[in-house]
Design a protein around this ligand. Structure first.
Ligand SMILES: Cc1cc2nc3c(=O)[nH]c(=O)nc-3n(C[C@H](O)[C@H](O)[C@H](O)COP(=O)(O)OP(=O)(O)OC[C@H]3O[C@@H](n4cnc5c(N)ncnc54)[C@H](O)[C@@H]3O)c2cc1C
Length: 405
């Protein structure tokens, strides 16, 4: 049994903590935020691979009870007239939940088997033959057998342990922001989407609390220089980008100064030559992230399962890390390539907006896109690991088949 440090408590981190804690490892999760982060739009799982892993984790039923149902997306003009509508299954996949709900459920299911430490971050890492010496920003020092970087697109573990030339962070030309607002306009049902060239402003009701709604804003921009820990600076960027626009934009921006949680990031893609060093391994967005529209959440959950499964199966962690990467790299690269959310949701020109609306208004093209999204998830071959404890499942009697109890 090993002493494992996981950096990041959003989706990948708690998923890893759940499996590794259940397997008997001594797991600590460190999260830079003072508490579990709220916020974020709905995230979706498409395809049986993902729901099978969630079932094996024992969280599928609970997530089903929390699912948003996936709102249809209604693209409108400034007067509210419908231009095009994408059905709920386009945005929502098979199972759609708020990112914050997903994170909370994973946290609750893992916290008995892991120690969570909030408001701290790794300051330095020193890897040697017997372990990894870690110094935290709080001053605490500790040695671990393994360190897992599950701390997102801008991973501190990756920055500290990987040479810059082995990491490719590619900005895909857009930024995304989202925050919670009061649902003063009584929006329900479809999420409303409003475009001007290179920008999208949208708002959708919180399906469980009709008093609340969630915004999602996207804008085209070259790389911006800002402090990721400075919420006010990010709010100013959003306000400047969208000021002067009509529709519901002014009132949605009005709620921005009071927002305590803001999701703000560039739409970008991370590729790392190798996902592990000797005792340090990357998981989820930290290793193979692509903000938005590239199954990042599903891949993080499956990644945690495969990583823990290979650790349970292999005789040594190096073999496990190699097998984890070998199993997932190809599928992950393909899903990353599908990440064109920026230009799709906020085409750069008026012509681009009209062309997208016309094409997707036709059922044939829409069905083609839905099929493509579905096929992506089938790229990952899901092993069954005898060394892991599956929750709420039993063998069906058929080799390799598990069913929900
Ligand atoms: C608040 C929030 C809102 C989001 N909203 C959306 C959304 O609306 N739509 C969407 O598609 N995706 C969203 N995402 C991203 C989505 O969760 C991920 O793409 C995906 O689920 C993979 O998860 P991950 O755990 O690998 O990375 P992330 O979800 O990015 O989680 C990384 C975690 O690491 C923490 N962290 C960062 N730096 C450090 C550090 N130095 N030390 C310790 N911890 C650190 C972060 O606070 C975060 O909790 C959001 C992420 C967050 C954190």
């Amino acid at each position: 049994m090993m002493k494992v440090l996981v950096s990041g408590a959003s989706v990948a981190g708690p998923s890893a903590a759940l499996w590794l804690g259940r397997a008997g490892h001594d797991v600590t999760v460190v999260e830079i935020a003072p508490k579990l982060r709220q916020g974020g739009y709905a995230v979706d799982f498409r395809g049986q691979v993902f729901t099978t892993v969630l079932a094996r984790m024992g969280v599928l039923a609970e997530l089903r009870s929390l699912q948003t149902g996936g709102n249809a997306m209604r693209f409108v003009d400034a007067s509210g007239r419908q231009l095009m509508r994408l059905p709920a299954e386009f945005a929502g996949g098979e199972l759609e939940v708020l990112r914050a709900d997903l994170s909370r459920v994973l946290y609750e299911h893992s916290r008995e088997q892991a120690t969570y430490r909030f408001g701290d971050s790794i300051a330095s890492l020193r890897e040697h033959t017997d372990g990894v010496d870690v110094r935290f920003e709080s001053g605490i020092e500790e040695t671990y057998d393994l360190v897992i970087g599950a701390d997102g697109m801008h991973s501190v573990v990756r920055r500290l342990a990987w040479p810059a030339e082995q990491v490719l962070e590619k900005h895909l030309g857009y930024y995304v922001g989202g925050w919670e607002v009061q649902n003063t306009r009584g929006i329900s049902g479809d999420s409303l989407m409003y475009n001007v060239p290179g920008k999208l402003a949208s708002v959708g009701a919180d399906t469980r609390d009709p008093e609340l709604a969630q915004t999602l804003f996207l804008f085209k921009s070259p790389v911006l220089d800002y402090n990721r820990r400075d919420l006010n600076q990010q709010k100013t960027i959003l306000r400047d980008q969208f000021s002067g626009l009509g529709w519901h934009v002014p009132e949605l921006l009005e709620a921005l100064p009071a927002a305590t949680e803001l999701y703000f990031d560039s739409i970008s893609r991370v590729r790392v030559d190798r996902w592990s060093t000797n005792r340090i391994v990357l998981l989820g967005d930290a290793g193979y992230g692509a903000t938005f529209g590239a199954l990042g959440t599903g891949t993080a959950v499956v990644g945690a399962y495969v990583l823990a499964g290979e650790l349970a199966q292999a005789h040594d962690f190096r073999t496990a890390f190699d097998r984890y990467e070998a199993r997932l790299r190809k599928a992950v690269s393909t899903t990353q390539d599908g990440s064109r959310a920026g230009s799709f949701l906020a085409p750069a020109t008026r012509f681009g907006i009209t062309a997208r609306n016309r094409i997707l208004d036709r059922p044939f093209f829409l069905n083609q896109m839905l099929k493509m999204a579905q096929n992506m998830s089938e790229l990952i071959e899901l092993p069954e690991y005898t060394g892991l404890t599956y929750s709420g499942l039993q063998h069906s009697g058929q080799p390799g088949q598990l069913v929900e109890e």
